[in-house]
Design a protein around this ligand. Structure first.
Ligand SMILES: NC(=O)c1ccc[n+]([C@@H]2O[C@H](COP(=O)([O-])OP(=O)(O)OC[C@H]3O[C@@H](n4cnc5c(N)ncnc54)[C@H](OP(=O)(O)O)[C@@H]3O)[C@@H](O)[C@H]2O)c1
Length: 292
């Protein structure tokens, strides 16, 4: 149970991969009114139905209508943005800026922007630059804020080149650099607990379920699958992408290379939290089971 000063939390994008885990963690905590903000028009959504069955309220708004968004956020103490960018449209700034403006006018107390990744520097990638631009606006807004950095979602090892079915991994560096990863359920729990952590007010919080090198993660995958994996090392992705050199990497592979090379999050704040994250070996065993 919480001793937080906040009562009502609205998770924007609570039907998404991350947002669902965060909404679930708030519902499990049991001490908040939990609202999930969805985009109009209203439509059927299995995750939304599940969250309602666990006690969440779904609210809808048209993000292009400021007054509509303000109305949807009235009475909310904390907005957690779990919005994504739209590969064909709005970037992280454009998707979240209307939410931030409405939060301010709805007298929301704290805004948690959609960070939840690595702590990349300006200029590292345009997707990240957009998050940084939004962050500058968050800090000017007068609302309290917390940035939460978690490294890679552990459920995204596959996306990141760990091909469990074919026992093959592709590294965009030599695999020797320490790289933070966190499970979605732990990200949810960390997010909930920031609300009662005085150090999280107007702060950057760095947490990780595991902090190993890619080679060490690979060893755990090899142990869980009981076999040696093929390793492909491609350290040249960013250079080829920038200079259009064959084979030209995809936009996404270039983004992954940026993340692995620059996605460190700095000193961890894990010890400020009351729980221990899931053991990484357990998460990897589960991923292997799911893939077989
Ligand atoms: N560290 C990592 O490994 C990692 C991996 C993936 C994502 N992330 C981060 O996690 C955050 C959320 O990503 P996600 O993959 O969980 O997102 P997602 O699954 O795509 O879900 C985002 C949700 O937000 C709503 N939404 C999507 N686009 C929107 C827009 N332009 N404007 C308003 N609402 C929109 C949608 O809900 P409704 O349709 O119900 O409104 C959607 O379900 C992002 O910051 C992303 O960078 C990190």
């Amino acid at each position: 149970m919480s001793n937080s000063q906040f009562k009502t939390v609205t998770i924007a994008g609570g039907t998404g991969t991350l947002g669902y885990a965060i909404a679930e963690a708030f519902l499990n905590d049991g001490s908040y009114n939990v609202k999930v903000l969805r985009r109009k028009p209203e439509n059927e959504n299995e995750k939304a139905k599940l969250l309602v069955s666990k006690g969440a309220e779904i609210v809808y708004a048209d993000y292009t209508q400021h007054d509509d968004l303000v109305k949807a956020l009235k009475g909310t103490d904390v907005v957690v943005s779990a919005l994504n960018f739209d590969p064909k449209g709005a970037g992280f700034y454009d998707s979240q800026a209307p939410l931030l403006a409405a939060a301010k006018d709805a007298s929301v107390k704290r805004f948690i922007p959609s960070e939840f990744g690595g702590k990349l520097k300006p200029g590292a990638h345009l997707i990240i630059d957009d998050k940084i631009k939004l962050g500058q606006e968050v800090e000017k807004s007068g609302l309290e804020y917390t940035y939460i950095y978690v490294g890679l979602f552990q459920e995204y090892f596959g996306w990141f080149g760990f091909d469990i079915k074919n026992k093959k991994v592709t590294f965009f560096d030599d695999g020797s650099k320490v790289f933070p990863t966190t499970s979605l359920s732990d990200i949810g729990k960390y997010t909930v607990e920031t609300l009662k952590l005085p150090e999280a007010r107007n702060a950057h919080i760095n947490v990780a379920g595991a902090h190993l090198t890619l080679n060490e993660y690979l060893e755990l995958f090899e142990k869980a699958t009981g076999s040696k994996w093929e390793v492909v090392v491609d350290k040249d992705v960013r250079h080829r992408f920038q200079n259009n050199i064959e084979p030209v990497p995809s936009f996404l592979d270039n983004f992954k290379a940026v993340i692995v090379q620059e996605g460190e999050i700095g000193k961890l704040d894990n010890d400020k939290f009351s729980f221990t994250p899931r053991p990484i070996a357990e998460v990897i065993e589960e991923l292997v089971k799911q893939a077989s």
